[in-house]
Structure formats: structure tokens, C-alpha cells
Design a protein around this ligand. Sequence first.
Ligand SMILES: [Cu+2]
Length: 382
Amino acid sequence: MGSARPRRLCPPRTGTQRGSYNSHINRAQVRPPSGETVSDERARRLSPPLRRALPWLIAALLLTTFGLPSAAAVTHLPTFPMIGVAHPEAKNSTTTVNLTDAPAFNPRSVSASAGGTLSVHLVNLGAFNHTFTLSKLPNVALSTASTPAQLTSFFAKNGSLANVSVAPGGTAWANVTFNASVGGDSFEFVSLVPYQFQAGMWGFVNLTASGPGLELMENTTDNYQFIPDVLYAASPIHFPLVLDVLVTNTGSLGHTFTVSPLSNYTLFPDNFSTTFATNPPLVNQPIGSGAGTTAWANLTVRAPGVYQYICTISGHFGNGMTGLLYVGVVPPPPPPPVSTAVVESWVLVGSAVLLGVGVLIALVAAYTGRFPAKPPSDEHHY
Ligand SMILES: [Cu+2]
């Protein structure tokens, strides 16, 4: 065991050996150079055990004062924004229109969203040249009795949103952006190759949405919370405003996302159903149970204002499950984030444990001279 290990006798150290400098100096005899302060001088007045314990105590205190709260703060960084801000929905769409020698467009009805870009993939399936020429004038159906010259002059006068010629067997793209104000409008497209339009080669782009929709994100929790509990759709240019709220359930309980139709009106847990009986909610979307379940709550808001939303599941609103939807009204700034990390119980317990460990180390260090205790060594120089 220990006796198997040869105990070295201490050879006289040379200057190149590690530790030789310190081990040959009796610290108590070192005098500070004049004019310089040496902190050791003050520490020497403390009792030696206390002096040895001091660094450990300081380390333990530093760790408990800064280390744990920092760790706690990091783990408590907000995962969700305080205010959910609406952003325009992607209203872009892609569709294929075949051009045939019938002559015809197939399909002859294409739907697109106002405020979005429509990308039409044109495929000429025939042996003749065709054009895809989209009128700039909304809600005008051209007469098939018009001559090729009249058709050409109509487009020369009113302009076109797209005018693409597609060779036999060829393909091409027509990309058209519709501004937000043309919702509900229809635009005719024709082939300008003489007599194709007259023979039936025409169709319409129908713009479905009344305006560009705005998208919002919302979360529900098992703590009866909407996160965020403030949603903001900044000054929309267009009413009625279509809002599509993607609600994600982060917990296991089922909920609803129910928006009051009354602006600047406060609902209460004991009277909201009475209110909704005469004023149906703008949307009453069930959010399925189970974490990760999502549902779209689609609603149309007719005027700016602040609309309260709640969960209508019994007891949830009473437990605080409500929020405010600001449409064209700027919400008050959220309060500065207050870290509650320092009052978290695990932080307090952790701090106490660490402090205890620090004190213990300090005590051991105080009585052994160092921690871990110095291994038995024959490298002494007395
Ligand atoms: Cu709920």
C-alpha cells in the first residue's frame, strides 16, 4: 500500500525546478519594498485560519450573489413577446393555366388575393401561338363581338396587367401584383391572337379577399393565460379588416379564442355569456386540448378599437384567461420586464446550499491550511 510507494527524500532543489522559488522562501521574513502597500500585511493581522478561509468565503459569497441569480435570469428569459404584433399575410398564390387550340384557357377562372402576387404558369398545349393578356380595367367583360382591331385598341387604351405570348408547346410565367384596394374585383384575360378571343379564349381573375389579411400569433397555457395577452394590428388602411390568428396550445387543457364584437367594452366572467347572447362574438374558435395543438381563429373587424378576447371554457376567464386586441389603436407600452428570478424558491435553496458548502470549505480550509487537505509529503524544508 503506502509503503509500496517509495518515499522520496527531498533532494536539494535547483533553480529550474518548479516551485523551488516559493518553497525556499519563508514568507514571514519577506519585507515589502518601501513605498508599496502589500495587502498581505493587513491580512496577516487576521488569525491564520481566518486568513486561509477568506478566499473561500469570498468565492462562496460571489457565487451566491452573482452566479445563481444570473443562471436564474437566463432560465427565465421571456420566450414570448409581451405584445403580439400583426403582420401582413402572405397573399401570394401560384396557379397553372393551360392554353389550348380549342382555343381556350383551362381553367378560365382563377382566384387571387387582393394585396398579393399571382403567379400564373402558362402552358401552351397546342400547335398555335397564344397570348395571356390580362386587362387592367376591373369588372369589364369584353364583348366577343368585337373585332381583333377593336380588342387591340382596347388594350392599347386601357393597358394590361400582363401580356405574355406563349409559343406552341412552350411555357411562360405571368406575375401580377394586385393592390389591396381591388378586393372583390374581376379582371378579364384574353388571347390577342386574332379571332382566338372571339372563338372563346378568355377567362377571369377573381380577387377574393376584401383586403389584405393580417396574421397574429397567440398561445394558450394551462395557467389560464393567453400569451401574449395584448395583440396589436397597427392602423390598417382598409376596413373591414381580416385578421387570422394562429392559436397554439402550449398546455394540455382545451380552450377557446373568443373575441368580443364590442369595442372598448369590458366583459366580466359572470356576464359575458349574456353579452354574447345578444352580441355574437367576432370569432369563437375552440382550441383543442394537448400541447402543440393549433387552430386558426379568423375574424373580420369592421372598425378600429380595443376588443377584449377571452376563453369561454367554464372557469377559465374567471382565472384570468383574457386579453386585448388593439386594432388601429396603439396599446400602452408593456411594463418593463421585472425579473422574479431572485424570489424563485429553487434559487433561494440553491443559494443556501452553495453558501453552506462555501462555509464548510472555508472551515475545513481554516483548520487544514488548505482544501483539499495537503497530501502527506516529505517535501518539507524545515
Ligand atoms: Cu381556457
